[in-house]
Write a protein that binds this ligand. Structure first.
Ligand code: ASP
Length: 331
Protein backbone atom coordinates (compact mmCIF):
# COMPACT_ATOMS: atom_id res chain seq x y z
CA UNK A 1 0.00 0.00 0.00
CA UNK A 2 1.18 3.54 -0.74
CA UNK A 3 2.26 5.48 2.32
CA UNK A 4 -0.40 7.77 3.73
CA UNK A 5 0.69 11.22 4.86
CA UNK A 6 -1.78 12.57 7.37
CA UNK A 7 -1.55 16.07 8.80
CA UNK A 8 -3.15 16.50 12.23
CA UNK A 9 -4.43 19.97 13.13
CA UNK A 10 -5.51 20.71 16.69
CA UNK A 11 -7.82 23.37 18.10
CA UNK A 12 -8.17 22.25 21.73
CA UNK A 13 -11.28 20.79 23.35
CA UNK A 14 -11.66 18.03 25.92
CA UNK A 15 -9.37 15.70 23.97
CA UNK A 16 -6.52 18.06 24.89
CA UNK A 17 -7.65 19.03 28.37
CA UNK A 18 -6.24 18.24 31.76
CA UNK A 19 -7.63 19.15 35.11
CA UNK A 20 -6.52 21.40 37.90
CA UNK A 21 -8.11 22.99 40.94
CA UNK A 22 -9.95 25.39 38.64
CA UNK A 23 -11.29 22.70 36.28
CA UNK A 24 -10.07 21.17 33.02
CA UNK A 25 -8.59 23.48 30.40
CA UNK A 26 -7.06 22.83 26.97
CA UNK A 27 -3.32 22.29 27.53
CA UNK A 28 -2.06 19.47 25.36
CA UNK A 29 -0.75 19.88 21.84
CA UNK A 30 -0.99 17.36 19.01
CA UNK A 31 2.45 15.91 19.72
CA UNK A 32 1.33 14.96 23.22
CA UNK A 33 -1.87 13.46 21.80
CA UNK A 34 0.00 11.23 19.37
CA UNK A 35 2.96 10.31 21.57
CA UNK A 36 2.56 6.84 22.98
CA UNK A 37 -0.27 6.14 20.58
CA UNK A 38 0.51 2.91 18.76
CA UNK A 39 -1.42 1.57 15.85
CA UNK A 40 -1.39 4.30 13.22
CA UNK A 41 0.34 1.64 11.13
CA UNK A 42 3.78 1.58 9.46
CA UNK A 43 2.12 2.83 6.31
CA UNK A 44 0.97 6.10 7.91
CA UNK A 45 3.08 9.15 8.74
CA UNK A 46 1.45 11.76 10.97
CA UNK A 47 2.63 15.36 11.06
CA UNK A 48 1.22 17.69 13.73
CA UNK A 49 0.21 21.36 13.60
CA UNK A 50 -1.32 23.04 16.63
CA UNK A 51 -3.53 25.99 15.75
CA UNK A 52 -5.55 26.86 18.89
CA UNK A 53 -6.00 25.49 22.42
CA UNK A 54 -9.53 26.58 23.24
CA UNK A 55 -12.88 25.16 24.26
CA UNK A 56 -14.93 24.77 21.11
CA UNK A 57 -17.53 27.27 22.33
CA UNK A 58 -14.90 29.93 21.51
CA UNK A 59 -14.33 28.84 17.90
CA UNK A 60 -15.27 31.18 15.07
CA UNK A 61 -15.75 31.00 11.31
CA UNK A 62 -12.25 32.46 11.01
CA UNK A 63 -10.69 29.73 13.19
CA UNK A 64 -12.30 26.96 11.19
CA UNK A 65 -11.49 28.57 7.85
CA UNK A 66 -7.88 28.92 9.06
CA UNK A 67 -7.89 25.14 9.41
CA UNK A 68 -9.27 24.78 5.89
CA UNK A 69 -6.62 27.15 4.51
CA UNK A 70 -3.83 25.29 6.33
CA UNK A 71 -5.28 21.97 5.16
CA UNK A 72 -5.36 23.26 1.57
CA UNK A 73 -1.64 24.04 1.87
CA UNK A 74 -0.94 20.65 3.40
CA UNK A 75 -2.73 18.91 0.51
CA UNK A 76 -0.72 20.97 -1.99
CA UNK A 77 2.44 19.93 -0.13
CA UNK A 78 1.55 16.24 -0.48
CA UNK A 79 -0.69 15.29 2.46
CA UNK A 80 -3.07 12.48 1.55
CA UNK A 81 -5.50 13.09 4.42
CA UNK A 82 -6.26 15.58 7.16
CA UNK A 83 -7.38 15.10 10.76
CA UNK A 84 -8.71 17.87 12.98
CA UNK A 85 -9.16 17.54 16.75
CA UNK A 86 -11.39 20.02 18.55
CA UNK A 87 -14.00 20.27 21.26
CA UNK A 88 -17.19 18.36 20.69
CA UNK A 89 -19.61 21.13 21.63
CA UNK A 90 -19.60 22.87 18.26
CA UNK A 91 -18.20 20.01 16.18
CA UNK A 92 -21.50 19.41 14.36
CA UNK A 93 -21.32 22.98 13.04
CA UNK A 94 -17.59 23.29 12.40
CA UNK A 95 -17.36 19.95 10.57
CA UNK A 96 -20.32 21.01 8.41
CA UNK A 97 -18.71 24.38 7.69
CA UNK A 98 -15.61 22.52 6.52
CA UNK A 99 -17.74 20.17 4.43
CA UNK A 100 -19.53 23.10 2.80
CA UNK A 101 -16.25 24.65 1.57
CA UNK A 102 -13.90 21.64 1.23
CA UNK A 103 -12.87 21.33 -2.41
CA UNK A 104 -10.60 18.28 -2.28
CA UNK A 105 -11.20 14.61 -2.97
CA UNK A 106 -8.94 13.84 -0.02
CA UNK A 107 -10.67 13.33 3.32
CA UNK A 108 -10.76 15.75 6.20
CA UNK A 109 -11.77 13.90 9.37
CA UNK A 110 -12.83 15.64 12.57
CA UNK A 111 -12.74 14.09 16.02
CA UNK A 112 -12.53 14.91 19.72
CA UNK A 113 -13.29 13.29 23.06
CA UNK A 114 -15.95 13.29 25.72
CA UNK A 115 -13.59 12.29 28.56
CA UNK A 116 -10.37 14.19 29.03
CA UNK A 117 -7.08 12.24 29.01
CA UNK A 118 -6.82 12.18 32.82
CA UNK A 119 -10.13 10.33 33.28
CA UNK A 120 -10.66 6.56 33.40
CA UNK A 121 -11.84 5.31 30.03
CA UNK A 122 -10.68 8.44 28.22
CA UNK A 123 -11.88 8.11 24.62
CA UNK A 124 -9.57 10.61 22.91
CA UNK A 125 -6.79 8.25 21.91
CA UNK A 126 -9.19 5.70 20.37
CA UNK A 127 -11.03 8.47 18.50
CA UNK A 128 -7.77 9.99 17.26
CA UNK A 129 -6.50 6.62 16.12
CA UNK A 130 -9.77 5.95 14.29
CA UNK A 131 -9.72 9.40 12.67
CA UNK A 132 -6.15 8.88 11.41
CA UNK A 133 -7.05 5.46 10.01
CA UNK A 134 -10.05 6.99 8.20
CA UNK A 135 -7.96 9.91 6.88
CA UNK A 136 -5.36 7.42 5.62
CA UNK A 137 -7.92 5.29 3.81
CA UNK A 138 -8.40 5.62 0.03
CA UNK A 139 -12.00 4.55 0.65
CA UNK A 140 -12.60 7.85 2.47
CA UNK A 141 -11.88 9.90 -0.65
CA UNK A 142 -14.62 11.91 -2.32
CA UNK A 143 -16.73 12.05 0.84
CA UNK A 144 -16.03 15.61 1.97
CA UNK A 145 -15.64 16.20 5.70
CA UNK A 146 -16.23 13.22 7.97
CA UNK A 147 -16.52 12.78 11.72
CA UNK A 148 -14.86 9.73 13.28
CA UNK A 149 -16.03 9.07 16.81
CA UNK A 150 -16.64 5.94 18.89
CA UNK A 151 -15.45 3.84 15.93
CA UNK A 152 -18.25 5.21 13.76
CA UNK A 153 -17.80 7.37 10.67
CA UNK A 154 -20.39 10.08 10.04
CA UNK A 155 -20.97 12.49 7.18
CA UNK A 156 -20.48 16.02 8.52
CA UNK A 157 -23.68 17.15 6.80
CA UNK A 158 -25.78 14.77 8.90
CA UNK A 159 -23.93 14.29 12.19
CA UNK A 160 -25.21 15.75 15.44
CA UNK A 161 -24.08 15.89 19.05
CA UNK A 162 -27.01 14.13 20.72
CA UNK A 163 -25.93 13.73 24.35
CA UNK A 164 -24.11 16.05 26.73
CA UNK A 165 -21.83 13.42 28.30
CA UNK A 166 -22.06 10.06 26.48
CA UNK A 167 -19.03 8.83 24.54
CA UNK A 168 -21.59 7.71 21.93
CA UNK A 169 -22.85 11.26 21.57
CA UNK A 170 -22.32 11.63 17.81
CA UNK A 171 -25.12 10.23 15.71
CA UNK A 172 -26.71 10.85 12.34
CA UNK A 173 -30.41 10.46 13.13
CA UNK A 174 -31.56 10.66 9.50
CA UNK A 175 -29.11 8.23 7.96
CA UNK A 176 -26.97 6.48 10.56
CA UNK A 177 -23.19 6.35 10.18
CA UNK A 178 -21.75 6.09 6.67
CA UNK A 179 -19.19 3.61 7.91
CA UNK A 180 -17.33 2.03 10.81
CA UNK A 181 -13.72 1.58 11.85
CA UNK A 182 -13.20 -2.16 12.10
CA UNK A 183 -9.86 -3.66 13.15
CA UNK A 184 -8.25 -0.34 12.32
CA UNK A 185 -9.74 -0.17 8.84
CA UNK A 186 -12.31 2.32 7.55
CA UNK A 187 -15.25 0.35 6.15
CA UNK A 188 -17.89 2.37 4.31
CA UNK A 189 -21.41 1.08 3.87
CA UNK A 190 -22.77 3.74 1.53
CA UNK A 191 -21.33 5.16 -1.69
CA UNK A 192 -19.67 8.58 -1.74
CA UNK A 193 -21.78 11.51 -2.99
CA UNK A 194 -20.53 14.43 -5.05
CA UNK A 195 -19.49 17.46 -3.07
CA UNK A 196 -20.58 20.99 -4.05
CA UNK A 197 -18.42 23.47 -2.19
CA UNK A 198 -19.91 26.93 -1.66
CA UNK A 199 -17.70 29.57 -3.28
CA UNK A 200 -17.85 33.35 -3.61
CA UNK A 201 -17.54 34.37 0.06
CA UNK A 202 -14.57 36.18 1.56
CA UNK A 203 -13.37 36.45 5.15
CA UNK A 204 -14.52 40.07 5.19
CA UNK A 205 -17.99 39.31 3.85
CA UNK A 206 -18.36 36.45 6.38
CA UNK A 207 -17.43 38.77 9.25
CA UNK A 208 -19.97 41.33 8.05
CA UNK A 209 -22.82 38.80 7.74
CA UNK A 210 -25.34 38.23 10.54
CA UNK A 211 -27.65 35.22 10.41
CA UNK A 212 -30.27 34.75 13.11
CA UNK A 213 -31.71 31.49 14.41
CA UNK A 214 -35.19 31.57 15.89
CA UNK A 215 -36.60 28.44 17.49
CA UNK A 216 -40.40 28.43 17.60
CA UNK A 217 -41.57 27.77 21.17
CA UNK A 218 -44.88 27.01 22.84
CA UNK A 219 -47.10 30.12 22.88
CA UNK A 220 -44.52 32.00 20.80
CA UNK A 221 -45.71 35.53 20.06
CA UNK A 222 -42.75 36.28 17.78
CA UNK A 223 -41.66 39.26 19.88
CA UNK A 224 -38.06 37.93 19.95
CA UNK A 225 -37.98 38.69 16.22
CA UNK A 226 -38.87 42.38 16.63
CA UNK A 227 -36.46 44.43 14.55
CA UNK A 228 -34.93 41.29 13.01
CA UNK A 229 -34.79 43.05 9.64
CA UNK A 230 -32.29 45.53 11.13
CA UNK A 231 -30.24 42.92 12.97
CA UNK A 232 -29.91 40.14 10.42
CA UNK A 233 -29.05 39.53 6.79
CA UNK A 234 -30.75 36.14 6.87
CA UNK A 235 -32.73 33.99 9.29
CA UNK A 236 -33.21 30.31 10.06
CA UNK A 237 -36.49 29.33 11.68
CA UNK A 238 -36.49 26.06 13.62
CA UNK A 239 -40.20 25.33 13.43
CA UNK A 240 -42.30 22.79 15.25
CA UNK A 241 -42.53 19.30 13.76
CA UNK A 242 -42.60 19.37 9.97
CA UNK A 243 -42.01 23.14 9.86
CA UNK A 244 -44.79 24.97 11.68
CA UNK A 245 -45.09 28.13 13.76
CA UNK A 246 -48.10 29.70 15.51
CA UNK A 247 -50.46 31.08 12.84
CA UNK A 248 -50.16 34.60 14.22
CA UNK A 249 -46.42 34.59 13.49
CA UNK A 250 -46.80 33.68 9.82
CA UNK A 251 -47.30 37.26 8.47
CA UNK A 252 -44.21 38.44 10.37
CA UNK A 253 -42.10 35.65 8.84
CA UNK A 254 -43.56 36.45 5.42
CA UNK A 255 -42.56 40.10 5.86
CA UNK A 256 -39.05 39.09 6.86
CA UNK A 257 -38.81 36.69 3.91
CA UNK A 258 -39.54 39.62 1.60
CA UNK A 259 -36.46 41.39 3.00
CA UNK A 260 -33.95 38.58 3.57
CA UNK A 261 -33.64 34.82 2.95
CA UNK A 262 -35.50 32.89 5.67
CA UNK A 263 -34.85 29.14 5.83
CA UNK A 264 -37.48 26.90 7.42
CA UNK A 265 -36.20 23.85 9.29
CA UNK A 266 -37.47 21.52 12.00
CA UNK A 267 -36.61 21.89 15.65
CA UNK A 268 -37.16 18.14 16.21
CA UNK A 269 -33.57 17.23 15.27
CA UNK A 270 -34.46 14.60 12.69
CA UNK A 271 -36.67 14.27 9.66
CA UNK A 272 -37.55 16.80 6.96
CA UNK A 273 -39.65 19.91 6.66
CA UNK A 274 -42.72 18.96 4.58
CA UNK A 275 -44.01 20.87 1.57
CA UNK A 276 -47.53 19.78 0.63
CA UNK A 277 -49.35 18.43 3.67
CA UNK A 278 -50.73 21.01 6.10
CA UNK A 279 -52.65 24.11 5.12
CA UNK A 280 -53.40 26.12 8.30
CA UNK A 281 -51.84 29.57 8.85
CA UNK A 282 -48.29 28.93 10.14
CA UNK A 283 -48.12 25.51 8.48
CA UNK A 284 -45.28 24.50 6.14
CA UNK A 285 -47.44 25.16 3.03
CA UNK A 286 -48.39 28.58 4.32
CA UNK A 287 -44.82 29.54 5.24
CA UNK A 288 -43.32 28.29 1.97
CA UNK A 289 -46.01 30.21 0.04
CA UNK A 290 -44.92 33.33 1.94
CA UNK A 291 -41.41 32.95 0.54
CA UNK A 292 -39.58 30.93 3.19
CA UNK A 293 -36.99 28.50 1.80
CA UNK A 294 -37.32 24.83 2.73
CA UNK A 295 -34.40 23.47 4.73
CA UNK A 296 -35.36 19.88 3.89
CA UNK A 297 -33.48 17.51 6.19
CA UNK A 298 -30.91 20.14 7.18
CA UNK A 299 -30.67 20.64 10.94
CA UNK A 300 -31.20 24.31 11.98
CA UNK A 301 -27.62 24.71 13.29
CA UNK A 302 -26.21 23.51 9.99
CA UNK A 303 -28.74 25.58 8.01
CA UNK A 304 -27.48 28.65 9.84
CA UNK A 305 -23.86 27.90 8.85
CA UNK A 306 -24.84 27.28 5.22
CA UNK A 307 -27.00 30.41 5.01
CA UNK A 308 -24.10 32.43 6.46
CA UNK A 309 -21.83 31.26 3.63
CA UNK A 310 -24.49 31.78 0.96
CA UNK A 311 -25.44 35.28 2.08
CA UNK A 312 -21.76 36.24 2.43
CA UNK A 313 -21.28 34.97 -1.13
CA UNK A 314 -24.16 37.24 -2.26
CA UNK A 315 -26.11 34.36 -3.77
CA UNK A 316 -29.51 35.10 -5.26
CA UNK A 317 -32.69 33.77 -3.68
CA UNK A 318 -32.88 31.07 -6.40
CA UNK A 319 -29.26 30.04 -5.79
CA UNK A 320 -29.88 29.89 -2.02
CA UNK A 321 -32.95 27.70 -2.55
CA UNK A 322 -30.97 25.33 -4.78
CA UNK A 323 -27.95 25.17 -2.47
CA UNK A 324 -30.03 24.56 0.65
CA UNK A 325 -31.95 21.82 -1.19
CA UNK A 326 -28.69 20.20 -2.27
CA UNK A 327 -27.33 20.03 1.27
CA UNK A 328 -30.75 19.47 2.82
CA UNK A 329 -31.97 16.63 0.68
CA UNK A 330 -29.52 15.33 -1.85
CA UNK A 331 -26.06 15.48 -0.33
N1 ASP B 1 -16.49 21.89 26.23
C1 ASP B 1 -15.67 21.00 25.44
C2 ASP B 1 -15.41 21.66 24.10
O1 ASP B 1 -16.25 21.62 23.23
C3 ASP B 1 -16.35 19.72 25.28
C4 ASP B 1 -15.59 18.70 24.49
O2 ASP B 1 -14.54 18.92 23.92
O3 ASP B 1 -16.11 17.57 24.44
O4 ASP B 1 -14.35 22.20 23.94
Amino acid sequence: MTDARVVLFTLGGTISMSGGAGGAVARLGGQELVSGLNGFGDDVQVQVRDLRRVPSADLTFDDVLDVVAAADEAVTAGATGIVLTQGTDTLEESSFLIDAVWSHELPLVVTGAMRNPTLPGADGSANLLAAVRVAASPAARGRGALVAFNDEIHAAVRVRKTHSTSTATFASPDTGPVGHVVEGEARFLVPATASRPVIGWSRESLRATRIGLHTAVFDDDGSALAGAEDRYDGLVVAGFGVGHVPGAMAPLLGDLAAQMPVVLSSRTGAGPVLAHTYGAPGSERDLLSRGLVSGGFLHPYKARVLLHLLVAAKKSRAEITTAVAQFGDEH
